[in-house]
Design a protein around this ligand. Structure first.
Ligand code: CO8
Length: 260
């Protein structure tokens, strides 16, 4: 097994817990995404696994989203390979037959928010310091249509329009209010609440739930699959522009300054 995440499957309960452990911020690097895809394939094929809980072993952070270093100063070939891995992560999670619950025990911007949104249910730690949202425009970049679709499917069109244009990172009460997360619980109860929630979902026959999930999500998935190549091309031509590279550099500098 790899090093970016730890997976524990309890065959007696049918629940797998995947803990991201890629400090400092669980950013979604190519290595991380590759390991994630391999784990998802294994779990999906394992008949003893019915549910998946995603959570973080890094204090205060669920995931900082895409690894900016994979998009900065890299060749078009590398950017294309990276983007394909991001698509794969979403396809595997959004289209999973398992019940996927995000136990969001820390900040979850951009790609981190997308991961949580791709699950069936989100439980977040009640902490005024944590933010969640698709904040791409704040970096001078644009969330692709399937990020947008995933959010629209969760919180509706108008809320998504505001959120994406302004690059809003929601505090935990605001995230609950708009339905970006389903439940807030104390920090130390996030994973146990996810376990309890899972038993409720397990009371529904798998085949009925899976067909229903597919009915809800298939149009969104099909749209992405049929535009996959053009989405990669768009990403590569956008991200390799000088002006966008400059935005990314300024954003990374602002992260460093904020710390100093
Ligand atoms: N990628 C790479 N490195 C990162 C990232 C990241 N996403 N986020 C943080 N880091 C680095 C920091 O630069 C810092 O490095 P160093 O120690 O060398 O200065 C280190 O991780 C620790 O970060 P912080 O000191 O900021 O840690 P804090 O605990 O104070 O804060 C946060 C943690 C809240 C996660 C904060 O780091 C943060 O807000 N990070 C930025 C998150 C973000 O905006 N991510 C967006 C990535 S883009 C994306 O996911 C979707 C792109 C959509 C496609 C675009 C199409 C064109």
């Amino acid at each position: 097994s790899g090093t970016k995440m730890k997976v524990d499957l309890d065959s007696s309960t049918g629940i797998a817990v995947m803990r991201f452990q890629s400090p400092p911020v669980n950013s979604l690097s190519l290595d991380f995404l590759t390991e994630f895809a391999i784990n998802m394939e294994k779990l999906e094929l394992d008949k003893s696994c019915r549910g998946l809980i995603l959570t973080s072993a890094v204090p205060k952070i669920f995931s900082a989203g895409l690894d900016i270093m994979e998009m900065y100063g890299k060749s078009p070939e590398h950017c294309g390979e990276f983007w394909k891995a991001v698509q794969e992560m979403w396809l595997k999670l959004y289209g999973s037959n398992m019940v996927a619950i995000a136990a969001v025990n820390g900040s979850s911007p951009a790609g981190g928010c997308l991961m949580a949104l791709s699950c069936d249910y989100r439980i977040m730690a009640e902490n005024p310091r944590y933010g969640i949202g698709l904040n791409e425009t704040q970096l001078g970049i644009v969330a692709p249509f399937w990020f947008k679709d995933t959010m629209v499917n969760t919180v509706g069109h108008r809320t998504t329009e505001l959120a994406l244009e302004l690059g809003l990172l929601y505090s935990t009460p605001d995230a609950l209010r708009i339905g970006l997360v389903d439940q807030l619980v104390p920090e130390d109860k996030v994973v146990s609440t996810a376990m309890e929630t899972m038993t409720k979902w397990f009371a529904i026959p798998d085949h009925a739930r899976q067909i229903t999930k597919s009915m809800m999500r298939k149009p969104t998935i099909d749209k992405m699959v049929s535009n996959r190549e053009s989405d990669i091309k768009n990403f590569v031509s956008f991200i390799t522009r000088d002006s966008i590279q400059k935005s990314l550099r300024m954003y990374m500098e602002s992260l460093r300054k904020r710390k100093a």
